[in-house]
Ligand binder design. Structure first.
Ligand SMILES: Cc1cc2nc3c(=O)[nH]c(=O)nc-3n(C[C@H](O)[C@H](O)[C@H](O)COP(=O)(O)O)c2cc1C
Length: 346
């Protein structure tokens, strides 16, 4: 559980530590559909012991009516937050209870996804226009669980993009539900006309607006998200915010995560080498393969391991050409590792 994972040395000297409800909120890896599945999260956990990991968004409909186990995760992933998509307070409360039974450390409500599919279900970013409903949803969950219930949102939607609109949203949700932990993606979403991908690129980032929000709600824990590409940038944001969430860059260049514990959580352990992080996956991969998983379902999350290094292309290509073949196992990764010149494996 989150409050017990405090093998962290004085992580919060300086910065905005007062607002933190728990330490891992200082750095998280964003929820990303199709990307941050349980294999991905296991891999990221090898690189950082402290980062808070988010699941992909899971809809209440999938959990309640779907076939299959949408709540599966590995014990090693803690601290891990389940991101829910939904807007029916009763269904959300049902899912929140199930999440606690399964051992999740946090529940996060998605108020940021702009896809059409999600809007048809009346959840995701369009909920920014329904602060009262969001408050009811959070309240319903908080009533039945005792882990943090948090909200991930944008700075606005469509023409509702004034600072006052954002303040109203946060104030209403906070005052009416007691939610005290928000992650703000520092751009607005257009609910029609842009694809989800474009909605992550075209609306401009507005970090000062998010800093201002934290200033105006000093008692709330607030993390900033959107376009953050390095730990240097993360450190800069932490001068103004309680937490930083990184999505695409962490996925595409996962080795950046190897320094998170030392730089952002005050650790001083030796930084794991890239090849050692890959090898640390082998026992997990073998176990998963023996349970019927396929190598490429796991190795696809590791393709960025040597990003921006000579050998990166050979690494990616060898895995892409071989991991999908029937019966593929860790020998594919061993052979791909052999393509990286030893002096570059640092
Ligand atoms: C492939 C992909 C899938 C995403 N899926 C979700 C999701 O399920 N829930 C969510 O709240 N945000 C989702 N996002 C948005 C990210 O969580 C994050 O807010 C966004 O990418 C901006 O952060 P970044 O610039 O660090 O990537 C997704 C982003 C990507 C790239």
């Amino acid at each position: 559980m989150l409050n017990e994972t405090t093998d962290i040395q004085n992580p919060l000297s300086g910065g905005m530590s007062e607002g933190l409800s728990y330490p891992s909120a200082r750095f998280s890896i964003a929820p990303m559909l199709d990307w941050t599945d349980r294999h991905c999260r296991y891999f990221h956990r090898i690189l950082s012991k402290n980062a808070l990991l988010y699941t992909e968004m899971v809809t209440t409909g999938a959990i309640i009516h779907g076939k299959g186990d949408f709540l599966q995760f590995n014990e090693e992933e803690h601290p891990v937050s389940l991101q829910l998509g939904g807007s029916n307070p009763v269904d959300l409360a049902t899912c929140a209870k199930l999440a606690v039974e399964r051992g999740y450390d946090e529940i996060n409500l998605n108020v940021g996804c702009p896809s059409d599919r999600v809007q048809n279900g009346r959840f995701g970013a369009c909920l920014m226009g329904e602060a009262e409903l969001v408050a009811q949803c959070v309240s319903a969950m908080k009533d039945v669980v005792d882990i943090p219930v948090t909200v991930k949102t944008r700075i606005g939607i469509d023409d509702q993009d004034s600072y006052e609109f954002l303040v109203d949203f946060v104030r209403t949700v906070n005052e009416k539900s007691g939610c005290d932990n928000f992650t703000i993606h520092a751009r607005k979403a257009w609910l029609s006309g842009l694809s989800p991908k474009e909605n992550r690129e075209i609306p401009p980032l507005d970090y000062p607006r998010v800093y201002q929000l934290k200033k105006d709600f000093p008692h709330l824990t607030m993390a900033i998200n959107g376009g953050i590409k390095s730990l240097e940038e993360a450190e800069e944001h932490l001068k103004f915010m309680d937490g930083v969430m990184i999505g695409r860059e962490a996925y595409q260049s996962p080795y950046m995560l190897a320094e998170v514990d030392n730089r952002l959580f005050g650790g001083n352990a030796p930084i794991i080498k890239r090849s050692d992080a890959v090898k640390a996956m082998f026992p997990y991969i073998e176990e998963q393969l023996s349970n019927g998983s396929y190598l490429n379902h796991i190795s696809r999350h590791m393709l960025g391991m040597f990003q921006n290094m000579p050998g990166a292309r050979q690494w990616r290509r060898y895995i892409s050409e071989n991991a999908h073949k029937p019966g593929s196992g860790i020998e594919v990764l061993e052979a791909a590792l052999a393509k990286i010149p030893a002096e570059l494996d640092v």
